[in-house]
Every structure is written in structure tokens, then in C-alpha cells.
Design a protein around this ligand. Structure first.
Ligand SMILES: [Zn+2]
Length: 208
């Protein structure tokens, strides 16, 4: 007796993906960007390669209206008012709160979905290995453990440096789409593949 393969908890029901089909309502292509109504559902084709979608991957996009960077302007007053330096601390907090966020379910083919899953595994396993290593390296530098057990300083530094390639690898594997603009009604998304963009209608203003 053979058991059925384990179900992928992230996969959308196949019927659902088929129903979405080629319907690209509420969205269009504008240059390299995908513009979509907030409530629109992406068609059942991979946003990267336009292949048949095998899964939907929820991502939270965020975007900050550029005018918010003015929150840093008080720093310019630092010559006359040294206390203005506090803007360097306050501005990032203001900007973090002001970021607009939107969740999108990106349709992905099997290949591109595997990439996202690999990034998730790399993130999990990397944390599981690196956090204890960092604690050990930190304790070695701080001489918090017996001498014989200590990691030599160059090795301790090298283990901290491991976080850099790890972070870059996850970032590259995860990189699918980013927001170019988020409004109350619409999202402008960069990062879709050319074949996928080519399958979308032009902006409404360009239609005959
Ligand atoms: Zn794909």
C-alpha cells in the first residue's frame, strides 16, 4: 500500500488556480511595472516566468511616500540647536510607522516556488546554527568561558561575518517583487518577468 504524497500546506487548491485562469481583470502593465487593484487576484501564472502556477505565496509589500523623508530635515538645525540630533533617532521610527503595507498572493510555478521554500529553509536552519554560534563567539571574546574552550578571536570574528553571505543568499532567493507605490486603491509592483508582463493589458488610458 502506498501513501499519498504529503500535501503542500502553502499550495492553493488546484481548482482555485484554474478558475483564476487567464483572467487579468483589475490589473495592467505599465512599462516594467504591474499595476493592480488592491482587491484584484493575480492570474494562475507564475509572475516570474509566466509558467503554470503551482502555488500562491503571500508577501507583504511596503512602500513609503517619499515626502516622509522630510522627517530627517530637523537634523539640518543641529548647528543652532544640538538637540536636533534626536531627529536621527526619531525619523526612522516615524518612517517605519508611515510605511504603507499591502499583502499580495503571488502565483508561482513549481521552480520559483522551490526557490522561495529554499529561502525559508535557509532562514530557519541558518538561525538555528548561527544563533548558538554567535553566543559561543561572543562568550569567547568576553572571556565568559574557560580558556581551553574559547574560540580564537579571528575565528570568533569570522563566525560573526558568516551572517553577511547568509543574509545576502536569503535576500537573493526571496527577491520576487517589490512595491513601487501603494495607494488606497492600487499597487504598483516591480519585479515581474517580461513574459508575465507581456500577457497583461496596457494601461486603461492606452486602450482604444
Ligand atoms: Zn516561474
Amino acid at each position: 500500500m502506498s501513501l499519498p504524497p504529503p500535501a503542500n500546506p502553502y499550495a492553493a487548491p488546484a481548482a482555485d488556480l484554474e478558475a483564476a485562469g487567464d483572467d487579468a481583470g483589475g490589473m495592467w502593465r505599465d512599462g516594467k511595472d504591474l499595476v493592480m487593484a488592491r482587491e484584484a487576484r493575480l492570474p494562475g501564472r507564475c509572475v516570474r516566468c509566466n509558467g503554470a502556477a503551482r502555488a500562491r505565496h503571500a508577501v507583504t509589500l511596503s512602500w513609503l511616500p517619499p515626502a516622509w523623508y522630510a522627517a530627517y530635515l530637523p537634523v539640518l538645525l543641529v548647528a543652532v540647536e544640538p538637540g536636533a540630533i534626536i531627529a536621527l533617532v526619531v525619523a526612522p521610527m516615524v518612517l517605519a510607522l508611515a510605511r504603507r503595507r499591502a499583502q499580495v498572493e503571488l502565483a508561482l510555478c513549481a521552480r520559483h516556488h522551490r526557490r522561495v521554500e529554499l529561502a525559508a529553509r535557509l532562514h530557519r536552519w541558518g538561525l538555528a546554527l548561527l544563533v548558538p554560534l554567535f553566543v559561543y563567539a561572543f562568550a569567547s571574546i568576553g572571556e565568559g568561558i574557560p580558556h581551553a574552550w574559547r574560540l580564537a578571536p579571528p575565528w570568533a570574528m569570522a563566525s560573526f561575518a558568516l551572517a553577511i553571505p547568509w543574509g545576502i543568499a536569503i535576500g537573493l532567493l526571496r527577491r520576487l517583487a517589490s512595491a513601487r507605490r501603494i495607494d488606497a486603491a492600487a499597487l504598483r509592483i516591480r519585479g515581474c518577468g517580461e513574459a508575465f508582463l507581456a500577457s497583461l493589458p496596457p494601461p486603461p488610458a492606452h486602450r482604444g
